[in-house]
Design a protein around this ligand. Sequence first.
Ligand code: URA
Length: 222
Amino acid sequence: MRIPEELAEIGKKRIEPYPVEGFVYGSGPKHPKLMLVGEAPGETEIGNGIPFSGRAGKELMKFLEMAGVKREDVYITSAVRSRPYKWGEKNGPDGTKVKRKYNRVPTSGEILAHAPLLDYEIKHVHAPIIVTLGNIGLKRLAGKEKKVSDLHGELIVQPVMRLKGDQYEWTEKQYRLFPTFHPASIFYNRSLLELIHADMEKLRELCRNFPVNDQADQDKNH
Ligand code: URA
């Protein structure tokens, strides 16, 4: 499944005012086992156009394996489809300072700019469970007050936020959300690894309980 080209163009236009670069499409089947919602692509992803193909992606693939699912069975997207960057300095080989771009967390304006893209994917990708990776995806879909540290590893059934005009509103439909940590979080906090492993065990069980093409069952809940 790929979002329509006109919508991608709208997304590219809406994000233009912000310090971001590149554009990565969400990718995966229309009826995946899971839909994964990350934060924003990084340098590797904007280079090759493949979501979660960099360092965080390698960790994510290990987590998916623990949950018993393969990359080709999941739809992978993120709240923002371009790489948010900031300028910083790094020591060059001869000791001089070299300017370079660093990744940063997307702002609420950037998330809003790409909200119609994620809204489209939520509507058209029929995943029995939506896994949010980190706080950005969780807050975007489940509400600003939600925190991954409180909710990780729990299945939550609730409406999600979608953009209507320039404001978010709640969908009538209920979705199954499964928050867990962003795979890059373990680079800064190794102790999260155990928690993520436990979350993946729970996710494995949930995938058994809610198999693919479970749409009819979900529709009963709205
Ligand atoms: N983090 C994300 O959220 N998405 C990517 O594609 C890479 C890192």
